[in-house]
Design a protein around this ligand. Structure first.
Ligand code: GUN
Ligand code: ZN
Length: 428
């Protein structure tokens, strides 16, 4: 059966960091997305698509804006219940809030509950794909992928490996990190819509031996992604310098252990040396910008100029990030860029939250776009979801001005509908 989803459309045909932003997308005032068997069959002017598919069921969203579902390129599902924890900076925040919470994930029932809760919150906010850190416990990875499969979602995840500078009940070893990760990778990678990600938490919590072991595992499975954290806070960067006296810089602590590559995802990447920027760009790696986290934990201001040199994804980083919403995350990215004297265009923000993150995850052509043949994960946004947003959008001169108040002030109330592989989440 074919379904036609009607509304306004924004279809990107270029990277808005590479061309004038407003020219990167085509606006369809009255558009349609035709969906069949979980994929986008056709997209374009509503009258033309209706004429070509007279037998199709129609779901008409009026003036609402149809976008690809949002893609959250870096988050920690085990931190869902400790989001918005007060008063700490990175290392204290990990020790005070994060590690005690992550220790609870040895209980598979608890892991299943939080995995399901996280995915339901994500969907309610228009996010259809996520790349998550799990915990040290293999069962936390099973819980994540099972919850996603139950919802039909394309997700990535991996066991978070730590063999030092973490509590006793959250430490593995170089050997067990390799063995557990390998087993999980073989169980889940490519199963349905699941992708396994080799996941050393960050250099301070892995010995060189563990980094070597995970670098070897990644080398044996080069089609997998690898995720970690890089240069988030000054104290952390200094700590890394003490722990790895021979390293040229923070990135080198990964590079020398086989953990730098095109499929590498480096969360935060704020306080970088010139060599690190050059190397990330040279190997085609992705920096993942987590703006609500960077302001909430007080980390610093990401340089969005990097997006002209390398792949940049956008992410909530919950629970270091303070919101499940990629709208709020776009707003924070806008604010952080303003603090560095640059104004991101709405086209750049929307692109980062969809195709930009999809590219970072090497899932372009699958998700993050409305192009025919891709997977029908969609978010439908009401651009007048609150009185404050409605009165501002009413003054808009074009679609970008109409969308910007929702980007800056919107939340889950703006998400009118979500489709996962063509299936509507909410009753019409
Ligand atoms: N660095 C190492 N672990 C974490 C984490 O869980 N959250 C954030 N924001 N940074 C980290
Ligand atoms: Zn993180």
């Amino acid at each position: 059966m074919t379904t036609l989803i009607l509304g306004q459309l924004l279809r990107f045909h270029a990277d808005p960091f590479a061309v004038p932003p407003a020219e990167a997308a085509r606006h369809e005032r009255r558009g349609a997305v035709a969906v069949r068997d979980g994929r986008i069959l056709a997209v374009g002017d509503a009258d033309a698509i209706r004429a070509a598919h007279p037998e199709a069921a129609v779901e008409d969203h009026g003036d609402a804006l149809i976008l690809p579902g949002f893609v959250d390129a870096h988050m920690h599902y085990p931190q869902t219940a400790i989001v918005a924890s007060w008063g700490k900076r990175l290392i204290d925040w990990l020790n005070t809030y994060t590690f005690p919470e992550e220790a609870r994930f040895g209980d598979p029932g608890f892991a299943a509950e939080i995995a399901g809760r996280t995915l339901d919150l994500a969907l309610a906010h228009g996010t259809t794909s996520l790349c998550s850190f799990c915990t040290i416990h293999p069962g936390s990875v099973d819980a994540w992928f099972k919850a996603a499969a139950e919802r039909g979602m394309r997700v990535w995840g991996g066991k978070t490996c730590m063999d030092r500078n973490a509590p006793d009940d959250l430490r593995d070893t170089a050997r067990s990190a390799y063995d557990d990760s390998k087993r999980l990778l073989e169980r889940w990678h490519g199963q349905g819509r699941a992708g396994y990600v080799v996941t050393p938490r960050f250099s301070p919590t892995s010995t060189p031996d563990q980094l070597d072991a995970l670098g070897a595992l990644w080398g044996e499975h080069p089609d997998c992604l690898m995720q970690t954290h890089l240069s988030e806070q000054h104290d952390e960067v200094h700590w890394v310098k003490d722990l790895f006296p021979g390293a040229r810089d923070y990135l080198d602590t990964y590079e020398r252990h086989g953990l730098l590559g095109a499929r590498g995802l480096y969360g935060h990447a704020i306080h970088l040396q010139e060599r690190e920027r050059d190397r990330l760009a040279e190997v085609g790696a992705a920096a993942i910008h987590c703006p609500t986290s960077n302001t909430f934990i007080g980390s610093g201001l990401f340089d969005m100029g990097l997006a002209r040199r390398m792949t940049v994804g956008l992410a909530t980083d919950t629970g270091g990030g303070s919101s499940f919403s990629m709208l709020r995350t776009m707003a924070a990215a806008y604010e952080v860029a303003q603090l560095r004297s640059s104004a991101l265009h709405p086209a750049q923000l929307l692109w980062l939250a969809t195709e930009g993150s999809a590219r970072a995850l090497h899932a372009e052509g699958r998700i993050g776009t409305l192009e025919p043949g891709t997977e029908a994960d969609l978010a439908v946004l009401d651009l007048a979801s609150t009185p404050a947003i409605a009165q501002r959008a009413a003054r808009a001169g074009d679609v970008w001005e109409a969308a910007f108040p929702t980007i800056m002030m919107g939340d889950d109330r703006a998400v009118r509908q979500v489709y996962v592989a063509g299936w509507a989440l909410r009753p019409a």
